[in-house]
Design a binder for this molecule. Structure first.
Ligand SMILES: Nc1ncnc2c1ncn2[C@@H]1O[C@H](COP(=O)(O)OP(=O)(O)OP(=O)(O)O)[C@@H](O)[C@H]1O
Ligand SMILES: [Mg+2]
Length: 148
C-alpha cells in the first residue's frame, strides 16, 4: 500500500486501478473518518467504495449503489463502512432525515457519493475526493483534506 499525495491528480486507467487507489486511501483514513465523493455519473465513485470495502475485508458483492434507503451499511470487515448515495436527495435538509447524525457519531468510515447534494450539511472535518472521466477506461481522482 502506498501513501497518497493530497491535491495531486491521479490517473486511473482501469477499474482495478481505482480499487487500488481506494485500498491506499483505506490505509490513510481514520476508522471513524469521512470522505465526500464528487463527480459525474459513471465517474467511479461506487467502484471506489467497493475497492475500499474490499480492502477493509468486506464482501465486495454487498457493495452496490444504495437506492431506496440512500444508505448501505457494510459490516464484517475491519471497520464498519457506511455508504451514502445522495443522488436522489430532494433537499439538503433531507440529509438529517436519513438519520445521518446517528451515523456520524458511530465508529466506522463514512463515504458519501453526490455529497454536493447536501453541500454545507456535510461535516467539515473530512476528505474530498473528486472524480473526472477522462475517457472510457480512465478516470482522474484528486484527494484533498478539508479543515485540518
Ligand atoms: N478507471 C476506471 N475507474 C473506475 N471505473 C471505471 C474506470 N474505467 C471504466 N470504468 C467504468 O466506469 C463505471 C463506473 O461506475 P460507478 O458506478 O463506479 O460510477 P459512479 O461514479 O458511482 O456513478 P453514479 O453517480 O451513477 O453512482 C463502471 O462501469 C466501470 O467499469
Ligand atoms: Mg455510484
Amino acid at each position: 500500500m502506498e501513501a497518497l499525495a493530497l491535491d495531486k491528480p491521479y490517473l486511473s486507467r482501469s477499474l482495478e486501478e481505482t480499487e487500488r487507489l481506494a485500498a491506499d486511501f483505506f490505509g490513510m483514513i481514520n476508522p471513524d473518518g469521512l470522505a465526500a465523493l464528487y463527480g459525474p455519473l459513471g465517474g467511479g465513485k461506487t467502484a471506489f467504495v467497493r475497492g475500499l470495502a474490499k480492502a477493509a475485508g468486506v464482501d465486495a458483492d454487498d457493495v452496490t449503489s444504495p437506492t431506496f434507503t440512500l444508505i448501505n451499511e457494510y459490516h464484517g470487515g475491519r471497520t464498519p463502512i457506511y455508504h451514502f448515495d445522495l443522488y436522489r436527495l430532494k433537499s439538503p435538509a433531507e440529509f438529517y432525515g436519513l438519520g445521518a447524525d446517528d451515523y456520524l457519531n458511530r465508529e466506522g468510515i463514512i463515504l458519501i457519493e453526490w455529497a454536493d447534494k447536501a453541500a454545507d450539511r456535510i461535516p467539515a472535518d473530512r476528505y474530498d475526493i473528486r472524480f473526472e472521466i477522462i475517457d472510457d477506461n480512465s478516470r482522474q481522482l484528486i484527494f484533498s483534506r478539508v479543515n485540518t
